[in-house]
Design a binder for this molecule. Structure first.
Ligand SMILES: *Cc1c(COP(=O)(O)O)cnc(C)c1O
Length: 364
């Protein structure tokens, strides 16, 4: 069966779930990406057959042949979004259909089959529903959902795989806001780029992350938190961080973020912030920002704030910028008022404390 809405899930509850006592202990301080829930979703795909065998089952290892295509040629894509427990006890997700659409775009770029968006959203609902007790309480806490797809055909030839496995796992995540987000120092890599025109920069694929790790290691080596990538052609313009988009706030109340020209991941947080900033009365522009201008505008005081954004940490202020020949501060290196206001506004919508005027919040 290939029609997404026609595919029914077989539910096989985990016969040995984590006990309530143990779960409570794990949820007290889950950190990020280390604790996992009792279940996972799996759906298979075969050329000529379409999507089949949709299941909610006990989370566990995926049996894999060593010649599975993904292990050799990295045909893999993923998504990341969160489920929240609101103050009234209801459970929501933020714009899951936007993740579904991006998953389709990523699949196309990586020559993978398109998972019907309604099947994608349904798979998330099923997993959150069965593992709802794993959604941590507390401001900023959430259940991080990680849908991904891998090429599973056992074949070493170089061509798109004929078989795929789609999986969703879930991981409780602690608050990022306890004590506020500390501004980060970013490293401008002199050696590495993230994405070239015509490449896979706009696809959410593991390969992009693999390629960014040496640059990230260089950033840590230089005493920085994150790497910021410049464009691969001229090495002049700011693209984005390894896993977050970037915004600049100027003294004339303009917010600027680099345009989506194919080398930048189209972030859903980025998209939401463009809307919210315009609503808050800021002028918003999607245009290239050169690194030279970033430094000059920081020096002149024209640049008031800079921040990175993405689902995992929502908004992270950028306080300091380092490169091989020097470094500079953005304003006083702390978190600015526009950053704070936008973060508050977005989180209030996500948490159901502000009206959802854009239909971004999906209730379970
Ligand atoms: C996922 C991701 C982002 C942020 O996207 P969101 O939809 O806001 O989470 C930004 N850059 C890269 C490279 C990413 O992989």
């Amino acid at each position: 069966m290939s029609g997404g809405d026609m595919l029914d899930f077989e539910i096989r509850p985990n016969p040995t779930p984590v006990s309530a006592v143990e779960r409570a202990a794990l949820l007290a301080a889950p950190g990020f990406g280390r604790v996992f829930t009792d279940h996972m979703v799996t759906i298979r795909y075969a050329e000529g057959k379409g999507w089949y065998d949709a299941r909610v089952e006990a989370r566990g290892p995926i049996p894999m042949d060593p010649a599975s295509a993904v292990l050799h040629y990295a045909q893999e894509i993923f998504e990341g979004l969160k489920a929240y427990r609101l103050a009234d006890g209801s459970i929501t997700m933020f714009r899951p259909e936007a993740n579904a659409a991006r998953f389709v775009d990523s699949a196309r770029r990586m020559a993978m089959p398109e998972l019907p968006p309604e099947l994608f959203v349904d798979s998330l609902r099923r997993l959150v529903d069965i593992d709802r007790d794993w959604i941590p309480e507390g401001d900023g806490a959430s259940l991080y959902l990680r849908p991904f797809m891998i090429a599973s055909e056992v074949f070493l030839g170089v061509r798109p795989s004929n078989e795929y496995l789609y999986v969703v796992i879930a991981s409780p995540a602690g608050s990022y806001f306890s004590g506020g987000v500390k501004p980060v120092t970013v490293w401008v890599s002199p050696d590495y780029t993230r994405a070239a025109p015509g490449g896979t920069g706009a696809a959410k694929c593991g390969g992009n992350y693999a390629a960014s790790l040496a640059a990230q290691a260089e950033a840590i080596e230089a005493g920085c938190d994150q790497v910021v990538f410049l464009d691969a052609v001229e090495r002049r313009y700011v693209d984005e961080l390894g896993g977050m988009n970037v915004f600049f706030v100027y003294d004339d109340d303009t917010l600027v973020t680099p345009p989506l020209t194919g080398t930048i991941l189209p972030g859903i947080t980025r998209d939401a912030l463009l809307t919210l900033a315009a609503e808050a009365g800021h002028r918003v522009e999607e245009r290239p920002v050169s690194f030279a201008d970033w430094e000059a505008d920081a020096a002149s005081g024209r640049l008031r704030e800079a921040f990175a954004c993405g689902t995992a940490a929502v908004i992270t202020p950028i306080g300091r910028v380092k490169y091989p020949d020097g470094e500079f501060l953005v304003a006083d290196g702390g978190q600015g008022p526009v950053t704070t206001a936008l973060q508050q506004r977005l989180v209030d919508i996500q948490r159901g404390r502000a009206a959802d005027e854009h239909g971004w919040v999906t209730r379970l």
